[in-house]
Design a protein around this ligand. Structure first.
Ligand code: NI
Length: 192
């Protein structure tokens, strides 16, 4: 199933998501649908809040960009499900890279993030792992992890950069969205 992607302006994107356990209904179907939705939108990561579910689940598949970054062997088979993730360590060293977000179509900006992370998470079978990631893999994880924390990449930008985007973002939150995949526009504010 292809889910419509929730667009900037919807409060669910600013909410901290909750953990889930084995009793979560039809998790396999949900994960499959998230992958289909992500591929349809040509994304490399998708978090559950972006399809309207405020749970700590995100999927990544970096294979579309693995060819661009042959040195980073972590990217080759970097297709993974992260459940109940917690970043437990971040490097002090940061680096800049351009990011975009399926929930904020048409906006791409350079974002500064820690180069390495250590993360605890569960896979789709609820096996637990603690792993280290760096480079692009770490960046994709941090971007998606932000989503389950209710944070968007534009929140990492300087106040000045954000002020330049304000017009576009306001228009987007009012439903002016140009995307080549199904979206869920934010509900119009009720007039009082
Ligand atoms: Ni995103």
């Amino acid at each position: 199933m292809i889910y419509p992607i929730v667009i900037y302006g919807d409060p669910i994107l600013h909410k901290k998501a909750v953990n889930i356990d084995e009793s979560y209904p039809e998790l396999d179907k949900l994960i499959e649908g998230m992958y289909s939705t992500m591929y349809k939108a040509s994304g490399i990561g998708l978090a559950a809040p972006q399809i309207g579910k405020s749970i700590r689940l995100f999927v990544v598949d970096a294979s579309p960009i693995a060819e661009d970054d042959e040195e980073n062997t972590q990217l080759k088979d970097f297709k993974k499900v992260f459940i109940n993730a917690e970043i437990i360590e971040e490097s002090e060293e940061e680096w800049k890279f351009e990011e975009g977000c399926l929930s904020i179509p048409g906006i791409r900006e350079h974002v500064e993030r820690p180069e390495k992370i250590r993360i605890r998470y569960q896979d789709e079978k609820f096996n637990s792992y603690i792993e280290e990631f760096d480079g692009i893999a770490a960046r994709i994880i941090q971007h998606e992890y932000d989503h389950i924390e209710g944070i968007l990449f534009i929140e990492h930008l300087s106040a000045f950069k954000r002020s330049l985007l304000k017009g576009k973002l306001t228009a987007m939150s009012k439903g002016e969205v140009d995307a080549n995949y199904p979206v869920k526009r934010p509900a119009a504010k009720k007039k009082s």
